[in-house]
Design a protein around this ligand. Structure first.
Ligand SMILES: Cc1cc2nc3c(=O)[nH]c(=O)nc-3n(C[C@H](O)[C@H](O)[C@H](O)COP(=O)(O)OP(=O)(O)OC[C@H]3O[C@@H](n4cnc5c(N)ncnc54)[C@H](O)[C@@H]3O)c2cc1C
Ligand SMILES: Cc1cc2nc3c(=O)[nH]c(=O)nc-3n(C[C@H](O)[C@H](O)[C@H](O)COP(=O)(O)O)c2cc1C
Length: 582
């Protein structure tokens, strides 16, 4: 087939003929037939093609730099949506993960959008940490005249709501950037506000008179992306992996999918759609004086976040009820401290006032799903997916508290029951090539994805070695998936395992201590190209593990603390230090 089907004699300018040949020349017969029909139909309808002609879009598109700082993929996905919208509006987007960002790239950007999530307690996503610190640091370059806009993702349940997006927005202006669209701070139900912001941002950034370019994608189709629809799964196993004498409860949940499991890969998670505890909802309605409203009760159990207490909730309560004490709490600047460890129920119990259903509903946001790492490989379990879920229970301000989703799973889901889930792919926490070694650090439920890794490597008979660090409270009562690890060590799919049980010895031993103990071998593996994975608690563990690895480099290779830090930074930049922490 000729690659230049449009002849030079066609009634178009030379560069238009080139453009048409670029599109039509590579099109399949089906695509050509579609185009012929489409153009014929367009003529018949009398519609004009003027804004859609290749000549109209041949005006060189204006560049747009889109930077995203993401951990669990939401900002990354929105950056992709923005790129698509930008392309349709005469812009040529370049997408940059903040993990790979060189600040010099910003100085040459004419237009810049940053979509940034906040993690930890007001921290940047782990991968974005280096570039974020450089941007905030004294050495950051001037960005005079760069047109910019920032979209912030976060969760109002955190005191530092959208802190990173806010700080980046302020910093870009400080460095001389010109804000052309105001920042929007999104809560967990970000889809609507983010789509609205993207529309506004594209309008503000698009070159004048860009028109609207109808994109016809004649290129190779991208690899099929796995379905992220909501699936209903049947619970085929529901087992507490802690012994009855443990003070923890960690549920192994096996889900089976009629018609096939979502196409997950090791390292991916599932979002699990939860319900509230009816006991809690009844208590809340009683305190609010709304007992007996069955419709409200059902709605609250199924679809509203009735536990989170944020500053925004307190503000809404003060304005909608006019409660003097709540107003005073806000005016004194004490509300931030007051909400720590408290829930919505505490606000209403402490500051009671007459409420109606609408006022109470306005204090809540939609109930969000919770993410759980997938603990299985499809190559080993077929159409199932396994999860490992620790029941969150604690006491604060004199009240026993229960995590919503984890206790929905632990206390109310049963074998034979059903639950709704949605795949959350995570290509940033995937296994490396088959011949590469992996070191996995996963205490507590952090071990879940590593069960998937080990199953996958067994099923695919990879050559690379696999070393697992696991930790929990006690060997006897809390050794999650103990039999699986023993089997894996026996059949060779796990090369090595080190365990740390913090409450078995008078002095607490954690995975980071084991890393230090095994530092010589560990550094040898890393020098030979091993990948280092960390999953689980973000508050303390992830930081302690990283610090232990820095010390290990310093000790084994006789490096200064700065050079040892640099060795770990290099691992991070090479994407051989990977984290999935929460
Ligand atoms: C990518 C990812 C993967 C995850 N994988 C797993 C996994 O494999 N297994 C797993 O069990 N979890 C996992 N999680 C965590 C999980 O998503 C939930 O956050 C967890 O189960 C708690 O949800 P919940 O609804 O039970 O609790 P919630 O109702 O959301 O309550 C949790 C909140 O309670 C408060 N809280 C908790 N403990 C205390 C305390 N001691 N004192 C005071 N306040 C406290 C905190 O504000 C906390 O944010 C993962 C999270 C992410 C983001
Ligand atoms: C462990 C954890 C910590 C978080 N910390 C914050 C925070 O301090 N402030 C905030 O506004 N949002 C916080 N969030 C919410 C995330 O910013 C939010 O889920 C966002 O949509 C994630 O975007 P991403 O998928 O692009 O990383 C946190 C979420 C998790 C799971």
């Amino acid at each position: 087939m000729s690659m230049s089907p449009i002849p030079k004699t066609a009634p178009f300018a030379e560069e238009e003929i080139d453009l048409l040949n670029r599109v039509v020349g590579t099109a399949s017969p089906v695509q050509r037939a579609w185009l012929a029909g489409f153009l014929a139909g367009l003529d018949a309808s009398g519609a004009t093609l003027v804004p859609q002609l290749p000549a109209a879009s041949a005006r060189p598109a204006e560049p747009l730099t889109i930077v995203y700082a993401s951990e669990s993929g939401n900002s990354e996905k929105l950056a992709g949506d923005l790129a698509k919208a930008a392309r349709k509006n005469g812009l040529k987007p370049t997408l940059i993960d903040m993990a790979d960002l060189e600040l010099s790239a910003l100085t040459t950007a004419k237009r810049l959008v940053v979509i940034a999530a906040t993690w930890g307690e007001g921290e940047p996503p782990a991968r974005a940490m280096r570039a974020y610190n450089e941007l905030m640091g004294e050495g950051a370059p001037r960005l005079d005249g760069v047109e910019f806009g920032v979209l912030a993702l976060g969760d109002t349940a955190y005191v530092e709501f959208c802190a990173i997006g806010r700080k980046i927005d302020e910093r870009l202006a400080e460095l001389g950037g010109k804000r052309v669209t105001d920042r929007v701070d999104c809560d967990l139900d970000f889809a609507g506000p983010a789509a609205g912001w993207i529309g506004d941002a594209v309008k503000a950034l698009a070159p004048p008179n860009a028109g609207r370019v109808i994109e016809v994608d004649f290129g190779a189709k991208p690899a099929a992306t796995p379905s992220t629809d909501i699936f209903e799964a049947e619970i085929t196993e529901h087992v507490d992996l802690n012994s009855s004498r443990s003070d923890k409860e960690t549920i192994h949940l096996a889900l089976s999918f009629e018609g096939g499991a979502p196409a997950y890969e090791p390292g991916d998670s599932l979002d699990l759609y939860t319900e509230n505890d009816p006991v809690y909802v009844d208590e809340l309605l009683k305190i609010a004086g709304l007992t007996g409203d069955e419709q409200l009760r059902a709605e609250f159990i199924k679809s509203r976040d009735v536990t989170t207490l944020s500053l925004k909730t307190v503000e809404t309560y003060a304005s909608s009820t006019g409660h003097q004490y709540v107003k005073a709490l806000l005016a004194d600047g004490q509300a931030r401290d007051w909400i720590a460890g408290r829930q919505l129920i505490d606000l209403i119990a402490t500051f009671p006032i007459a409420l109606d259903a609408d006022k109470l509903r306005a204090l809540t946001r939609p109930l969000a799903p919770r993410a759980y790492s997938i603990a299985s490989s499809r190559r080993e379990v077929g159409d199932e997916a396994h999860l490992l879920i620790s029941a969150v229970r604690y006491e604060s301000h004199g009240r026993a508290r229960k995590g919503v989703a984890s206790n929905y799973v632990a206390e109310r889901l049963k074998r034979g029951g059903h639950v709704r889930v949605r795949l959350k792919p995570n290509k940033h926490f995937a296994l490396p090539a088959a011949d590469k070694d992996v070191i996995m650090v996963g205490p507590g439920t952090g071990v879940a994805p590593f069960r998937a890794f080990v199953q996958e490597r067994r099923a695919t008979q990879t050559k690379g070695r696999n070393w697992l660090f696991f930790g929990d409270r006690t060997f006897t009562h809390d050794f999650l998936y103990q039999l699986d690890w023993q089997d894996a060590l026996r059949d060779g799919s796990l090369t090595r395992m080190d365990v740390a049980f913090s409450r078995d010895t008078p002095e607490k031993v954690y995975v980071q201590h084991k890393i230090w103990d095994r530092r010589a071998d560990l550094i040898e593996w890393l020098e030979a190209g091993a990948y280092f994975y960390v999953c689980g608690d973000a508050k303390a563990m992830a930081k302690d593990v990283r610090a232990a690895l820095v010390r290990a480099y310093a000790g084994v290779k006789a490096l200064s603390p700065e050079a040892a830090e640099q060795a770990v930074v290099i691992l991070e930049r090479e994407k051989r230090y990977l984290q999935d922490t929460y």
